[in-house]
Design a protein around this ligand. Structure first.
Ligand SMILES: Nc1ncnc2c1ncn2[C@@H]1O[C@H](COP(=O)(O)OP(=O)(O)O)[C@@H](O)[C@H]1O
Ligand SMILES: [Mg+2]
Length: 428
């Protein structure tokens, strides 16, 4: 069987990453620099050209796989017109090469059962590596072992969000950042003595930015460049692909992480931020002893009012609950209420108080709990910043309006609720 794929189907750096056989292939880079596409392409090509493979694509939280690694692989199979060659199982996100039996699995670090039953993997892709603790990485590294027909490799892809991240310390610190930026990639090794023999462990570091991605449209490029004047730290990480420095955070200590949320609450409220091109964000907040327990329920783009109503309806119960929504969208609030009324869904959507500064300071004074399943909320909180003035000093009270959808939904609910305690009585 002959398969022809044009060279122009790949970004130029693929000439480096594809032939690379280092145990660790670590791709750090700015937004849309082609990292994930390169990782997916490499794994697909290897499942076609080599045999005896069982690749695993990892995300910290399993529920994010369907829209990331699994989707990228499927899109690429379609783009290359190779659908006939692969058996794609949607339910468990397994892709099998029908000719040689090679497999690609997608597993979340939180899926103990799947991890336990995983046998003889031959290669890993760790997507959004900054989500992983160093201990997670060590565990995976230890599991990629044994004699295999082809070289074993762990591909890691991520944005360099913080200079304090363990990844920088472990893999990058001994190599000059300036030099790496200039040459785009470097391979280094460490000699380890095993029973009187020196074994070389290779690591390849790759640095890329949107400039290395020939498939990107001008508007996206311009958007990344525009952050130079809006938020230099954001620009540094996402446009330049350089390690970011923290500072200037609205919630410097984040929210409080716990594993188990309470079973019963004094009250339950919901928050909703409308989106379409941006994600619509919907959160549930359980309140107990004036403490708040947040769960992200919906975070999705391109939802029409009907789609959104359907998704929200799934969370309705026997008791009426209030949803505090973005008051700038009265028509959408009405549309949702009409649908809920017609279908007997026990939600009441109300306009929220949108005072940004007051709302944020109120949140800052609350004890707010989160859990690791709140993938997107936790990410937003981690990077939610004040704007900076021209000498890089934070402008307190004025947050940067990017990646703040779930935070906004949370703020609408908690702050408006705090202003109107009598609402609790309304349905009695
Ligand atoms: N080989 C490719 N073929 C077609 N489009 C590509 C290719 N590589 C990158 N792109 C485009 O660039 C976008 C960003 O690439 P991606 O790999 O997701 O970036 P990163 O993971 O670095 O953020 C993709 O969504 C896709 O539209
Ligand atoms: Mg990516």
């Amino acid at each position: 069987m002959k398969i022809k794929i044009k060279e122009t189907a790949f970004s130029p750096l693929f000439k480096v990453t594809y032939p690379c056989t280092s145990r660790y292939l670590i791709e750090k880079g700015g937004a849309a620099s082609g990292k994930s596409e390169r990782a997916a392409a490499k794994i697909l090509l290897r499942t076609i050209l080599e045999d005896g493979h069982r690749f695993v694509c990892w995300r910290k939280v399993g529920k994010s796989l369907r829209n990331s690694t699994f989707k990228l692989l499927k899109d690429q199979i379609n783009r290359w017109n190779l659908k006939e060659l692969f058996d794609i199982k949607e339910t468990d996100m397994t892709i099998t090469n029908k000719i040689n039996g090679n497999e690609i699995l997608n597993i979340g670090m939180d899926d103990r059962e799947k991890i336990k039953s995983l046998t003889s993997p031959t290669g890993f892709w760790i997507e959004e590596m900054t989500e992983f603790e160093e201990e997670d990485f060590n565990q995976l590294d230890t599991r990629l072992r044994g004699t295999t027909k082809n070289y074993k490799q762990i591909i890691c892809t991520f944005n360099p969000i913080s200079e304090f991240h363990w990844i920088k310390n472990r893999f990058f610190d001994e190599y000059s950042e300036d030099k790496l930026k200039k040459v785009n990639f470097v391979t280094k090794y460490k000699d380890v003595e095993i029973e009187d023999e020196q074994v070389r462990l290779y690591t390849t570091l790759v640095h890329s930015t949107y400039k290395d991605n020939p498939f990107l449209d001008a508007e996206t490029k311009a958007t990344y460049e525009s952050y130079k004047d809006i938020d230099y730290q954001h620009y540094k990480v996402y446009a330049l692909g350089e390690w970011g420095s923290i500072g200037n955070l609205v919630f410097p200590n984040g929210f409080i992480f716990i594993d188990e949320f309470p079973e019963a609450y004094d009250d339950v409220i919901y928050g909703l931020d409308f989106g379409f091109n941006n994600p619509s964000a919907f959160v549930k907040i359980g309140i107990r002893d004036k403490e708040y327990f947040v769960e992200e329920l919906i975070y999705e783009k391109n939802l029409s009012n009907n789609d959104l109503a359907d998704k929200i309806s799934e969370f309705a119960g026997d008791e009426f609950r209030v949803i505090y929504a973005d008051s700038a969208e009265p028509a959408r609030i009405k549309a949702l209420n009409d649908i809920f009324f017609e279908k007997g869904i026990k939600f009441d959507v109300r306009p929220s108080d949108k005072s940004v500064k007051d709302g944020i300071y109120y949140l800052k004074g609350c004890r707010i709990y989160t859990k690791k399943e709140n993938v997107y909320l936790n990410k937003e909180i981690k990077f939610y910043k004040w704007k900076e003035n021209s000498d890089n000093r934070p402008i307190e009270g004025e947050p940067l309006k990017i990646n703040d959808h779930l935070i906004d939904a949370l703020r609408y609910a908690v702050y408006t609720y705090s202003l109107t305690p009598e609402l609790k009585m309304a349905f009695i």
